[in-house]
Design a protein around this ligand. Structure first.
Ligand SMILES: O=C(O)C(=O)C[C@]1(C(=O)O)C=C[C@@H](O)C=C1
Length: 358
């Protein structure tokens, strides 16, 4: 199901590109060599890079983070929610944040999509994939038959819905800020208000909980995609296997506006790997489009698409170009390479009797 994961060495300090990430890993394949307290803290930037993430220890987000860096070389700052993690980066209290953005079963993580596209203060510089598998766990000695209230992150609940409804009658979901937060609470609180948790097997082990059932996810191949976020100005170099994330508004009440927006990509041979609409929020019927395009902003065809978008869309926000986690190289359609664009410009310059403009 999932390729074996590679853990990467030290991430670059702010201003340098962080390392590219390549494969899908499981929570169990990531390692945390120790040294972290798991305390939910905000703090000032020290000498080492600081990474804020959706915590506490044991979340799938932490598994994604550990693909990029570890506690030996960086300060890892667990946060209770995505907004706080991103806010620490905005406020220069962290250099990077790792947050979930998309799940193969449940779709986009709206809070992340909305936060990243709300202003120009954040930029995506990397992506990581984590294979998500869940266990149902409880305090030692508990029995499956005793479970009446289950806590977990809403995304985790959604991914186990069929298994839950086929194994329990009228069980109640108690939402938690993360899968590991639910496990930590069950392990520590006398009466947390629930008796079982859906989380990773790693988390169950770390918080001393007993596994009541394994492989409870409805789709055994589920993958969650996470992004590494920084402040603008740290765009990684192109690798030939990159993605560019954008947020675009369409003109109001204009027939064919969506088609015209999509044409800007299609005519330059830019493939889209994700497009979804999000309500702008000020009235019904107004949407923004969150888009991942294949390619890097340093490449001609992506630049031409951006220029085209700028002409036909009232708002175009560049959210970052970064290496693809799966390392799949961008497929070039004939006539869309950088050399093709340059040759065309040179031809035009000659027609106009200008000096060579490459
Ligand atoms: O709760 C966690 O462990 C998380 O990292 C969050 C999250 C998510 O937001 O989707 C990440 C992966 C799983 O899909 C379930 C929950």
């Amino acid at each position: 199901m999932c390729a074996h994961g590679e853990r990467y060495g030290p991430a670059g300090a702010v201003g340098r590109s962080p390392p590219a990430t390549l494969t899908v890993v499981t929570a169990e394949e990531t390692t945390r060599p120790g040294g972290q307290t798991g305390k939910q803290t905000d703090g000032a930037v020290g000498g080492r890079p600081r990474y804020a993430y959706l915590g506490p220890e044991g979340t799938f987000t932490e598994s994604a983070l550990l693909q990029v860096t570890g506690p030996e070389e960086s300060d890892l700052v667990p946060c209770t929610d995505v907004v706080t993690a991103l806010e620490l980066v905005r406020g220069h209290e962290a250099d990077y944040a790792v947050v979930p953005i998309e799940n193969s079963v449940e779709g986009g993580v709206n809070v992340t999509l909305d936060e990243l596209s709300s202003d120009d203060s954040l930029s995506i510089v990397g992506e990581m994939l984590v294979a998500v598998t869940f266990v149902l766990c409880a305090r030692p000695g508990a029995r499956l038959a005793d479970v009446g209230r289950i806590s977990t992150h809403p995304h985790a609940w959604a991914q186990c819905r069929i298994w839950i409804t086929s194994h329990f009658d009228g069980v109640v979901h108690v939402p938690a800020t993360s899968t590991a937060a639910a496990a930590a609470l069950l392990a520590s609180d006398e009466d947390p208000g629930f008796d079982a948790v859906l989380c990773s097997e790693l988390s169950a082990r770390e918080y001393g909980l007993e596994v009541l059932a394994r492989d409870v996810a409805d789709n055994p191949n589920a993958v969650t995609r996470f992004v590494l976020v920084s402040r603008p100005g740290n765009t990684p170099e192109p690798t030939g296997a990159d993605k560019t994330s954008l947020m675009v508004h369409l003109p109001d009440n204009e027939a064919g506006a969506l088609l015209r927006m999509l044409e800007q990509f299609a005519t330059r041979g830019v493939n889209l790997s994700r497009i979804e609409s999000r309500p702008i929020g000020d009235s019904l019927g107004r949407y923004s489009f969150s888009i991942d395009a294949e390619g890097h902003v340093a490449e001609e065809r992506l630049q031409a698409a951006l220029v085209g978008l700028h002409r036909v869309c009232p708002t175009v926000r560049f959210l970052g170009s970064y290496p693809r986690a799966d390392g799949v190289p961008t497929q070039l359609r004939p006539g869309t390479s950088d050399a093709d664009f340059r040759a065309a410009r040179q031809w035009l310059a000659r027609l106009l009797g200008r000096d060579d403009e490459s």
